[in-house]
Design a protein around this ligand. Structure first.
Ligand code: NAP
Ligand code: MG
Length: 403
């Protein structure tokens, strides 16, 4: 066998939880280690080690990503009350994705992986729709309070000279709730530039929508910053590339998206992107058939799967049952990261390897070999369901021929 492909710079590897942690190990053993001399800096973001390090490992992993420029992340548990009991946690640790996004800033791009035989639930969609999700601020960095009866809630901003600006939120007769959100011009501007650059790179139109008619200062600021940056820095380049930037209200955008044939990038505020990417992924087939990458303003890339840790499959796996869990999104996180590492290090072998591994994966599904979630979606006549490991071995059979 030929020499293994070398990696010049370490890739930041963030391991995770449950079924995706099992898949993670299998992908490395079956599809990567035999061909690549894997050079990673390993961080264990599994919940047990997060607890042990008081979540410092998540912060360290994010900082390592800043240092090296490319990371690949496995799905991780975001603890809730049940998980606190299950894992005996001393605290309800924050979502690792939230922590990492807050440190790296940036925008998450999610694109469905389209394969023959799986047609979108929305029949007009012919081409993938990429969701560009702003990954900083708003409700994900909010401050919330419950308010007792007969209380007055105010927004107060204190200037450096001590001057206060106040705005009444509400005079409460009965009990209630309030929430404070923020974003920064800097983060919104880098979100805008990330989207404009990605649109030019992909040669696709860019749509952006908010609720600026209701949120006349907050959402309107997003609209204004996008429009200013577009006019100053991008309009000419868009014209040259024959692509379009288009702003509309979020409700109008939803209606247009459903009627469209796809093939564009839809920029969404943080929460809209969270919700809409699940909708788009499901309509295209499955969350397990979606790529996801966080791009920071400094050009740092973190690749991940869009789905969770597939908990129910994991419990079946623990009982010794064979599962048929779809590993495509996790595998494409690896190929995305290896390809980007190859681009940055100028190692074409690594890029070619990533391309071929993706090709082998799609070929496997298009030849009718797939996991249970896809079998019910695929219109192919001859198809068979395989278990988690067999699916990866079938990919390897095809990869060997391509290499
Ligand atoms: P999930 O893990 O995405 O799974 C939800 C359901 O979708 C599964 O039970 C399964 O359905 C199906 N599914 C998802 N991915 C699949 C795959 N690769 N192959 C086959 N079927 C798949 O979401 P969840 O159950 O809501 O969350 C589980 C844990 O993941 C939670 O602790 C949550 O905090 C965490 N989470 C992490 C991330 C992340 O790290 N990026 C994102 C979301 C959630 P069936 O059981 O019907 O087969
Ligand atoms: Mg979501």
């Amino acid at each position: 066998m030929a020499d293994k492909i070398k990696m010049l710079t370490p890739l930041v590897e963030m391991d995770g939880d449950e079924m995706t942690r099992i898949i993670w190990k299998m992908i490395k053993e079956i599809l990567i280690n035999p061909y690549v001399e894997l050079n990673t800096e390993y961080y264990d973001l599994g919940l047990e080690y997060r607890e042990k390090t008081k979540d410092q490992v998540t912060i360290d992993a994010a900082n390592a990503t800043k240092k090296y420029g490319v990371a690949v992340k496995c799905a991780t548990i975001t603890p809730n009350a049940e998980r606190v009991k299950e894992y005996n946690l001393t605290q309800m640790w924050k979502s690792p994705n939230g922590t990492i996004r807050a440190i790296l800033d940036g925008t998450v791009f999610r694109t469905p992986i389209v394969v023959k035989g799986i047609t979108p639930f929305i029949p007009t969609w012919k081409k993938p729709i990429t969701i560009a999700r702003h990954a900083y601020g708003d409700v994900y960095k909010n401050v919330e309070m419950t308010v007792g009866e007969n209380c007055k809630a105010e927004l107060v901003v204190t200037a450096p000279d001590g001057t206060e600006t106040r705005e009444t939120i509400h005079n409460f007769d009965g009990a209630g709730i309030i929430q404070g959100q923020h974003n920064t011009d800097k983060s919104i501007a880098s979100f805008a530039r990330a989207c404009f650059n990605y649109a030019l790179d992909q040669k696709q139109d860019l749509w952006f929508a908010t609720k600026d008619t209701i949120s006349k200062k907050y959402d309107h600021r997003f609209k204004d910053i996008f429009s200013e940056i577009y006019g100053k820095e991008y309009e000419e380049r868009f014209n040259k590339a024959k692509i379009e930037y288009f702003y509309t209200l979020i409700d109008d955008a939803v209606a247009r998206v459903v009627r469209s044939d796809g093939g564009y990038i839809w920029a969404c505020k943080n929460y809209d992107g969270d919700v809409m990417s699940d909708m788009v992924a499901t309509a295209f087939g499955s969350l397990a058939m979606m790529t996801s990458v966080l791009v920071s303003p400094e050009g740092i890339f973190e690749y991940e799967a869009a789905h969770g840790t597939v908990q129910r499959h994991y419990y079946r796996h623990l009982k010794g049952e064979k599962t048929s869990t779809n590993s495509v999104a996790t595998l494409f996180a690896w190929t995305g990261a290896l390809r980007k590492r190859g681009e940055l290090d100028k190692t074409p072998d690594l890029i070619t390897f990533a391309d071929k591994l993706e090709k082998a994966t799609i070929q496997t599904i298009e030849e009718g070999v797939m996991t249970g979630d896809l079998v019910s979606l695929s219109s192919l006549e001859n198809k068979k369901t395989v278990d988690t490991e067999t699916f990866l071995r079938e990919i390897n059979d095809r990869l060997v021929k391509l290499l």
